[in-house]
Design a protein around this ligand. Structure first.
Ligand SMILES: [Ca+2]
Length: 332
């Protein structure tokens, strides 16, 4: 139930919002406590921290974007149109061609096929063309201190970001990224950068912003470290005998493959050619008029470790397959 504001209350709200905007984050008690914690736990100097955090701006547009991510607004039909478009498929073939040796080396080292790495970079940033127009410091400060639903997550990412900038010799107020603070070709959030980015061209720095070799190695390493198998199917289309209540209940449930193929078959999913013992999850996607059913295997789950969304994982998988097909035709 929404209670209408009185005009007076509204006026007071508007004044306080304006004051918050105009004032630096430094004047806030919660920010002060956070600075003390950073000094104690990570050995920053107060002066350098205050300089960086004073430069951060609260961004209402970022809060608004956070509240309605595409994965929650769109169904598969709408979502797939964004990510499986002609330009992205052709761009993937081109990116693969330009980075063939690096992609093959990443496959040898990490066991991740080129189409997976290419599709991730394609979905995330259109092959490095759209890497984010927000200052990371603004995004992370805003979400850490003015977006309560995810504040604790983003406060940790903000800390990781400040440590990362120090480690990599970057100015934290100049780094750009997405509205959620994800950076570079593969859109790594700061903790992912620190844990999974690699110096794949061995020049002494991990550069996921400008360096395609490091970006490719880092995405492949991320998948490898999250348990990429690479030996079986990722996801397969299936039919169901009937849309029973039981199937509707397990469809689009946990992202973890928890049921065996044999259990799925017993529930009326028609599967050929899959190991009955393999663990799978059931996807029900609205493609057009009729729902589509798919089974996702371990590597489908691994794609969701990059972005916790079944639509995202499906888009990455299908884009990779389209790029691979197109490339095969192109090279004959
Ligand atoms: Ca490097």
């Amino acid at each position: 139930m929404v209670k209408p504001f009185s005009l007076l209350a509204l006026a007071v709200l508007m004044i306080s919002a304006a004051t918050v905007n105009a004032e630096s984050y430094l004047k806030r008690a919660d920010v002060g406590a956070y600075i003390d914690e950073l000094i104690q736990q990570h050995g920053f100097s107060r002066q350098e921290l205050e300089e960086v955090l004073a430069a951060a701006e609260r961004r209402q547009d970022i809060i608004d974007l956070m509240r309605r991510p595409a994965e929650r607004r769109l169904n598969w039909h709408e979502y797939s149109k964004i990510f499986l478009d002609e330009q992205r498929i052709a761009g993937g073939v081109e990116f693969w061609q330009q980075n063939r040796a690096t992609l093959e080396r990443a496959q040898r080292k990490y066991g991740v096929a080129p189409e997976v790495v290419v599709a991730i970079i394609g979905v995330e940033t259109r092959y490095g063309r759209v890497t984010g127009r927000h200052r990371v410091i603004d995004a992370l400060m805003t979400l850490a201190f003015d977006y309560p639903p995810r504040a604790s997550f983003f406060r940790k990412e903000l800390t990781q970001f400040l440590v990362l900038a120090r480690e990599e010799g970057k100015n934290p107020t100049s780094l750009m990224g997405s509205y959620a603070g994800a950076m570079g070709y593969g859109q790594f959030i700061p903790s992912s950068f620190r844990n999974y980015a690699v110096d794949f061209d061995r020049d002494g720095v991990r550069d996921i912003w400008q360096n395609r070799v490091d970006a490719i190695g880092s995405v492949a390493n991320y998948f490898s470290r999250h348990g990429w198998g690479g030996t079986t199917e990722v996801t397969v289309p299936v039919r169901v005998k009937a849309e029973t209540e039981q199937l509707l209940e397990i469809a689009n449930g946990s992202l973890k493959p928890t049921h065996s193929v044999a259990e799925m078959a017993a529930m009326g999913v028609i599967v050929d050619d899959l190991d009955p013992e393999a663990r799978v999850l059931l996807l029900r996607l609205m493609g057009g008029e009729m729902p589509e059913y798919w089974l996702g295997l371990n590597d489908f789950y691994v794609i969701t470790r990059y972005n916790h969304s079944r639509l995202y994982a499906m888009a990455v998988y299908r884009l990779g397959q389209e790029i691979k097909k197109r490339r095969k035709r192109a090279i004959g």
